[in-house]
Write a protein that binds this ligand. Structure first.
Ligand SMILES: [Zn+2]
Length: 210
C-alpha cells in the first residue's frame, strides 16, 4: 500500500494581499521574429510598475492580460495604439473571460505557440489572472510554502467583520481542507494596506513543493 507522500510544512505566518479589482484588457500580438517577441515581453515588463500584468501565451503569438485601475484606463488605450503601430496582427479584448482564454489556446495551437497557466480561484475554480485576494502561508524562514487565490465574487460573499474572520471564512470555503486554521489563533503583525500579516503557531499545510 503505497500512498503518494506530500510534504507538510509548518506555517508560522499568513499573509494576505488584497488587490482592488480594476479594468481588464487582453492583448494578443502575432510576431514575425524572435526579436519582435522579445520587444513585446520587454514592453509589458516595463508596464508592471503602473499596471498589473499577466502573461497568457508565448512564442509566435504573444499575449498578456492587463489590469488597470480606473485612473489608469487611458494607458490601456495607449498600449493598444503602440502595439498596432508596431505590429501587423494585434487583437485586443476589453475584458478577460474564460472564453477568451480558450480562444488564446486555439490560436496557440494554430501558431505553435505556448499557452501559459493562469491562476484560478481556489473556491469557485474560475480562471482569474488577477485574484482579488491572495493568501500565502510562510514558514519560519519567511519562505512561501503555499498560496491560495480568491476571486472578487467569492471574496465579496464573506460577511466578515475583521481581517481575521475574513481569512478564516475564505480558508473554510477553499476547495482544500484547511480545517486546522478554524481554531488557530491568529495574531496581527505590523501590516500595511498592501500586505496584512498574522502570526500563528504550529499549523501544518500540505506544501506545494513535493
Ligand atoms: Zn471564486
Amino acid at each position: 500500500m503505497s500512498r503518494k507522500q506530500r510534504s507538510i510544512s509548518l506555517v508560522s505566518e499568513i499573509r494576505v494581499e488584497p488587490v482592488p479589482p480594476g479594468i481588464r484588457w487582453v492583448y494578443l500580438v502575432e510576431t514575425r521574429s524572435q526579436e519582435e517577441a522579445d520587444e513585446i515581453v520587454r514592453l509589458f515588463r516595463e508596464l508592471e510598475s503602473q499596471v498589473q500584468v499577466c502573461p497568457l501565451c508565448a512564442g509566435k503569438l504573444v499575449g498578456y492580460a492587463v489590469q488597470a485601475h480606473h485612473s489608469d484606463v487611458m494607458l490601456l488605450d495607449e498600449i493598444d495604439d503602440v502595439l498596432r503601430r508596431a505590429y501587423a496582427f494585434v487583437v485586443t479584448y476589453r475584458s478577460f473571460e474564460p472564453l477568451i482564454y480558450r480562444i488564446v489556446g486555439e490560436l496557440c495551437k494554430d501558431t505553435q505557440s505556448t499557452i501559459l497557466p493562469v491562476p484560478h480561484c481556489n473556491i469557485c475554480g474560475n480562471l482569474d489572472p488577477f485574484p482579488n485576494t491572495v493568501v500565502s502561508f510562510t514558514d519560519c524562514s519567511g519562505n512561501i510554502v503555499l498560496s491560495r487565490n480568491y476571486c472578487s465574487s467569492c471574496t465579496a460573499q464573506t460577511n466578515a467583520r475583521s481581517h481575521k474572520e475574513f481569512i478564516k471564512s475564505l480558508l473554510t470555503a477553499d476547495e482544500c481542507d484547511f480545517g486546522c486554521f478554524k481554531e488557530a489563533d491568529f495574531v496581527r503583525r505590523a501590516s500595511n494596506k498592501r500586505l496584512i500579516r498574522f502570526i500563528l503557531d504550529e499549523c501544518g499545510v500540505t506544501s506545494d513543493k513535493q
